[in-house]
Design a protein around this ligand. Sequence first.
Ligand code: NAD
Length: 491
Amino acid sequence: MSDETTPATTIDPLDWDYAPSVESTPVDIPAEQGLWIGGEMVAPVSDAGFDSINPATEETLGVLAEADEADVDRAVGVARDAYDDVWGSMPGKERSKYLFRLARLLQERAREFAVLETLDGGKPIREARDFDLPMAAAHFFYYAGWADKLDYAFPGADPKPLGVAGQVIPWNFPMLMLAWKVAPALAAGNTVVLKPAETTSLTALEFARLSAEAGLPEGVLNVITGAGATGAALVTHDDVDKVAFTGSTAVGKRIQEAIAGTGKRVTLELGGKAAHIVFDDAPLDQAIEGVVNGIFFNQGHVCCAGSRLLVQESIHDVFVEKLKERLELLRVGNPLDKNTDIGAINSAAQLDRIKALVAEGETAGGERWQPACDLPEQGFWFPPTLFLGVAQSHRIAQEEIFGPVLSIMTFRTPEEAIEKANNTPYGLSAGVWTNKGSRILWMADRLEAGVVWANTYNQFDPASPFGGYKESGFGREGGRHGLLPYLGGVA
Ligand code: NAD
């Protein structure tokens, strides 16, 4: 198996059911794809492969290569050579030109990438088009601007790249997670071997081809596909200097154990179980929109999803009624339809996990509520779901469901809200709705979360650092902070 020499499948998004609101940009997906190593698609040593599935239709989008240890070794070797010979010593102002070029090309082809992201991952095209792709390009623009200013970013220090970065990313925001990792790594002068998630590798492979269009020197960016074993081989490879992982807390812990004592630098961006706190003085209609966005954006496949609603007891009933009315209006279905609010669940395995936790929530005594909605027969789907009467000890209040499921609890005082919000092993994000500025500051001081949004939710900016506390990981991505994990010689 190798590359574009194999006949390409042309996916015509209009094939679903014709509707003027359905995205119609066609994309070509190679029937078989290789590994991007040294600036070209190469066949994996073992010739092993696996199918990439469209979760909304269960159709096969193509066969991807499964990299084994020999492939990982080859990719890391090529990345090392590119670091030693070209990239590590290239002046920052030269590196920045490549990053600007990558950003511009990504912007130019954003629509096509958005369609690919939606076909591969199941997310609504509106989100891929208006959020994932513009934000990914923005990260390349942002870090392109830092590449020649590292000495100013860290005055008095002597910033130097680390070498080869081994990066492993999840399936919920494939292009954006790539941008969060690849852009700062390259800006800082490191070379990269990236492993995308097994269910969503198509945009990373397309981005690899785009890097050749941008003239990026061969071997500076390598993309290898495969599942957990490929990721494990990459992060434990002796010649990888820096490990950057985004994914579940369970795998993050395994990686930390596997590389303990090796001297590799590591950052872990892991799971979350964010509290979304609504006080009785909040602007309720805006808070409803914020809460809906907080949990149903990207089907709830969001590390910082506001998956635990803490609503002040005095407004519980009215708030829940309004929330139910709003949920009745959400459209679940064809992710390529621009009117769709909730797309497909990313994989059969993820759907099973959501169903199991929801069943467990009911057994534990939670009251499940779902609006009436027709789900497509093919594909992986789950309706927007509320759980009332949830206790803090319930698994649906403690564990990441990573689906469109909101657990609702109440509180009486700000102190009680803080106690409940912090009662989880995670510490990634939180949201607060109130019209009192002093209360926002009081809450933000006490919430154990890397990000606290006030009277809004899910706001991102390349200049703003993102990351966790407790079991949500360590290290920051985004902003000047996002350069630190890729540099030596800085505090
Ligand atoms: P996952 O941990 O199962 O997999 C993530 C990636 O790790 C995949 O590419 C997978 O192939 C790879 N992998 C699996 N086992 C590995 C191993 N032993 N060694 C190295 N790599 C391995 O997570 P997922 O289900 O793909 O993603 C969902 C998780 O990601 C959620 O917990 C979510 O909260 C988290 N996430 C966190 C952030 C953040 O910034 N904190 C952002 C997005 C997603």
